[in-house]
Ligand binder design. Structure first.
Ligand code: NAD
Length: 359
């Protein structure tokens, strides 16, 4: 029997609650498809600071490096907000991404027709939206040096540096074109090449990589226009590839097209070990209440089967199970409009598991 090893990092806030539901679903598909999952749980974020004094302990690094994929809940919360920047829970995320060299962040924003009323946009604008944002994750302004707050004469100056090497753009562009080949063969590369030299280079390199993917249509868009077009007519997009910071912002805008942060998964790939996590944070305002939506985490686990274990049929079954639960009217509070049946975090996890068991 095939055995896979998954590092499980629940983290803080709603992290442990939503991870528990994803594990129910993973166990159900393992039973259905006849493989075994070896889960290795470890501390990260605030939970790790409380136990060990640091957000990303060495033991957690060892667990991660001895696994084939990582499932992460979320980190952070008000309890740790006053800590010095370098040891805040969120630093663990940067450390984890760097350690795994996961330079490509895939964030699908797909609207479930059952949830069309949860979107803040008109149904005719969002019906059928299916965008894959491919965000560069390991470079750009979040990592460029110099960075920091310095004294400059009689005042302070805050500095971050937008920096991309050619190979960093090349590899993310390849991922985007590859993903597009499995979808509708359209890539929109988003930059600010009218102002930022770093993205003039970005555009040039994307053009160059495109020569090996001529079956895929490529267009370029400035980030300010892209922000507008995502709201105006989102169906024009298939794959959007962009820098770390632009991707951070645009993928959240895409998220809202679909109604709730609680629905959206992500995969970070590129290295040997993939990282899978919901795009939302630790939602401290609802932690411990058993009302968080676990679907983003369940869908992140689903992506893991496609991208880390080459089992797209498992992702398909999970997707069908989630749709079946939604079609029956079950909703967590965040996605409920009139006439739905509100269920808890745990109930939602169990409902998805039951649907999988029925297949
Ligand atoms: P957040 O995503 O945690 O929450 C934003 C809003 O969305 C809140 O009202 C929350 O209740 C709601 N929400 C989020 N996920 C939900 C879910 N699954 N079901 C139902 N509702 C959900 O963002 P925030 O409030 O800006 O940040 C809270 C903490 O999370 C901060 O400490 C922040 O640094 C951290 N954070 C962590 C990550 C991560 O671990 N990847 C990402 C973003 C923010």
């Amino acid at each position: 029997m095939r055995e896979i090893t998954v590092a499980v990092l629940p983290g803080d806030g709603i992290g442990p609650e939503i991870i528990e539901q994803a594990i129910k679903v993973m166990d159900a598909v393992a039973g259905k498809f006849g493989f075994k999952i070896d889960y290795k749980e470890a501390l990260i974020g605030g939970a790790a600071i409380d136990e060990t004094g640091v957000p990303f302990p060495e033991e957690t690094k060892d667990v991660v490096l001895s696994s084939e994929a990582v499932l992460l809940g979320a980190v952070g919360g008000p309890k740790w907000d006053d800590l010095e920047f370098s040891i805040r829970p969120e630093r663990a995320l940067l450390g984890l991404r760097k350690l795994l060299n996961t330079f490509a962040n895939l964030r699908p924003a797909k609207l479930y027709n059952e949830l069309i009323d949860a979107s803040s946009l008109k149904p005719e604008i969002v019906k059928g939206v299916d965008i894959m944002v491919v965000r560069e994750l390991n470079s750009g302004i979040y990592f460029g040096i110099p960075n920091g707050v310095f004294v400059d004469g009689d005042e302070r100056v805050g500095i971050n540096t937008l920096r991309y090497k050619e190979h960093e753009v090349e590899r993310i562009a390849k991922v985007a074109f590859d993903v597009a080949r499995k979808r509708n063969k359209k890539v929109t590369s988003v930059d600010k090449a009218n102002v930022l030299e770093a993205t003039v280079l970005w555009r040039e390199v994307v053009e160059r990589v495109h020569k090996d993917f001529e079956d895929v249509e490529l267009s370029h868009m400035y980030v300010d226009n892209a922000a507008m077009q995502i709201i105006r007519w989102p169906k024009q997009f298939d794959v959007v590839v962009t820098t770390n910071m632009f991707g951070d912002i645009l993928s959240d805008a895409c998220a809202m097209l679909t109604g709730s942060l609680g629905m959206l998964p992500s995969a970070s790939i590129g290295g040997d070990i993939g990282l899978y996590e919901p795009i939302h944070g630790s939602a401290p305002d609802i932690a411990g209440q058993n009302i968080a939506n676990p679907i983003a985490t369940i869908n992140s686990a689903a992506m893991m089967f496609t991208y880390s274990f080459n089992m797209p049929e498992v992702e398909e079954v999970i997707d069908k199970a989630v749709k079946a639960v939604l079609a029956k009217g079950y909703r967590t509070k965040d996605i409920c409009s009139d006439g739905c049946k509100v269920v808890s975090t745990e109930e939602m996890g169990s409902l998805v598991r039951e649907e999988i068991e029925k297949f």
